[in-house]
Design a protein around this ligand. Structure first.
Ligand code: UDP
Ligand code: MG
Length: 343
């Protein structure tokens, strides 16, 4: 069915690219693709919106790439971008953003935890309510342990401390960006990418949708405590100078305490003629100062490492192979010609 003769709302003309990073997701991919194809058909017939999906294979070790290549393009265009090795999810998202050919962009996970059924809702907020960034957030964290919830609280507290633009708590990577929001995101030059933060930092009209993520159907999450800690540190140091401020405040606090303590000793010696015991207080003082200095050096080191990483200016990823399969059902005809010409 061709939509060339149907009148379209202005923004739907832009089309929608769905970016899906995949790492060892061979088992669940065909089902996800079938769901996406179904959603794309609905969007095409109900809203005259053309879709493509961009699978970014992030150096999978199983046969994810072969499975992705074999997926049918019936109702939407299918791109498969395969990276030269495993670069991590944030890099895969950037690769998807760089390869997306249509105007609006949707990011979603390839493990089935982001329900495809929600795509129409997000698209609705973009097309009907003119929202630019429609993001999803976990409705509740009740199923998570208390320590994890407290760690998350502390992370966002630090991240948003003194920030002009607050990054919403619990927001996930399942989100839709309107064409102008996607183009804003493309203009950010940094290599150290923390998409959740960036998508909120760019501003425009943001809309939050609460949902309950599905359980992972196949495989298991690639995140463990260490990698989560790494992501959090990256997010923190990439987004906020709060740790540096805390270092300064800690230094001020210690100096103030030392001053008070020194005053007390002088007072006791001069007024009461007391003999102040030397070793213990010296020892404590040296230990506290030494410890704090090392911590602060570590914090500085994190930022210097970030700077080094940015000035080296290396590409965030390398593409090994790139496949484009055009829609066999003709949904995209007109627009693809238009976009190709514009490139
Ligand atoms: N992913 C990726 N590269 C990686 C790790 C993960 O592209 O190095 C993809 C993965 O295939 C999935 C998404 O990122 O589609 C989210 O990963 P995961 O389910 O492990 O994270 P969680 O849902 O636990 O946040
Ligand atoms: Mg997951």
């Amino acid at each position: 069915m061709s939509s060339a003769n149907q009148p379209r709302p202005a923004s739907a003309r832009a089309g929608l690219s769905i970016v899906v990073p995949i790492y060892n997701e061979a088992a669940g991919l065909p089902r996800l693709h079938a769901d996406l194809t179904e959603v794309a058909r609905h969007l095409h017939s109900r809203r005259a919106l053309d879709c493509e999906v961009v699978y970014v294979d992030d150096g999978s070790e199983d046969d994810t790439l072969a499975v992705a290549r074999a997926l049918p393009a019936a109702g939407l265009d299918v791109q498969v971008v395969s990276l030269s090795r495993n670069f991590g999810k944030e890099a895969a998202l950037l690769a998807g953003l760089d390869h997306a050919r249509l105007g609006a962009i949707m990011f979603m996970d390839g493990d089935g935890q982001h329900p495809p059924a929600l795509i129409e809702t997000l698209v609705g907020h973009w097309l009907d309510d003119d929202c630019d960034v429609v993001y999803t957030a976990k409705a509740s964290r009740a199923s998570e342990s208390l320590t994890r919830r407290m760690a998350v609280k502390a992370f966002y507290l630090l991240l948003n401390w003194g920030a002009r633009s607050k990054i919403p708590e619990d927001a996930g990577d399942f989100r839709l960006l309107s064409p102008r929001a996607a183009s804003a995101l493309r203009q950010l030059p940094e290599r150290n990418r923390f998409f959740k933060g960036l998508a909120s930092w760019i501003g425009f009209r943001q809309k939050r949708i609460d949902y309950e993520p599905a359980a992972r159907a196949d495989g298991r999450s690639t995140w463990n405590f260490r990698s989560l800690l790494g992501l959090s540190l990256n997010g923190l140091t990439g987004f906020s100078v709060a740790p540096l401020r805390i270092a300064t405040m800690l230094g001020l606090l210690l100096a103030a305490l030392a001053l008070l303590y020194g005053g007390k000793i002088i007072w006791e010696t001069v007024v009461y003629g007391e003999n102040v015991p030397g070793y213990p207080s010296l020892f404590v003082g040296v230990m506290v100062l030494g410890g704090v200095q090392l911590i602060v050096l570590g914090v500085l080191g994190e930022y210097i490492g970030k700077i080094l990483f940015e000035i080296k200016g290396r590409p965030v990823y390398f593409v090994a192979e790139h496949d484009l399969k055009r829609d066999t059902k003709g949904g995209l005809e007109g627009d693809v010609a238009m976009h190709d010409a514009a490139e």
